[in-house]
Design a protein around this ligand. Structure first.
Ligand SMILES: [Zn+2]
Ligand SMILES: [Zn+2]
Length: 180
């Protein structure tokens, strides 16, 4: 069950502009099959709107992810905020169905007046994930020759070996150019 599900039946019976505030504390979010954000901390504010509830969310936490340079797994801090409209689908007192919102793929409050932030949190966590995460600003990465993690240890590979290969390549290119 989602740890981000809130009952909003009371708030839905209050006037437009009424608010509720909640804390997110030590929750856990499955961002996708391999990524988990935890502990998710933050603040949620719900505001009653004509069509439902506006959720203002601020969340932060850590995602264990692989460094794009040295491939070590590390805890990537992640923080984001968003505002999303959640549409009311059923009138609280009568149970009458409301017309479906016109928006594509809207966030809905379910028939039992529960508002679940999990899908939105997941979406915004993914959007805010760094494209090339680094375990630290100055990560030295892996040696191109022996594959050693250069953050942990240096290796004896000679950088000249790379230069030599380039020298051979340059010579070949030079020959090609001369023959043309
Ligand atoms: Zn790294
Ligand atoms: Zn090496």
């Amino acid at each position: 069950m989602s740890e981000f599900r809130f009952s909003v039946s009371q708030l839905l019976q209050e006037p437009i502009g009424a608010t509720r505030q909640y804390e997110l504390d030590d929750a856990q979010l499955a961002v996708d099959q391999t990524l988990t954000m935890k502990p998710v901390k933050g603040r949620v504010r719900f505001t009653r709107t004509p069509k439902g509830i506006l959720a203002d969310v601020k969340a932060q936490g850590n995602v264990e992810i692989e460094c794009s340079r040295c491939l070590t797994r590390f805890e990537q801090p992640l923080a984001f905020k968003f505002s999303e409209q959640y549409y009311q689908t059923v009138v609280v007192n009568t149970g009458a169905r409301l017309p479906a919102p016109e928006e594509d793929d809207p966030f809905l409050i379910d028939e039992t007046h529960k508002l679940d932030l999990e899908d939105a949190l997941r979406e915004y966590a993914l959007i805010n994930m760094p494209p090339a995460p680094r375990c630290r600003e100055d990560c030295k990465g892996l040696c191109q020759i022996c594959g050693k993690n250069l953050n942990e240890d240096s290796c004896d590979c000679e950088p000249e070996q790379i230069d030599e290969r380039f020298a051979v390549l340059n010579k070949l290119l030079g020959d090609v150019n001369r023959n043309n």
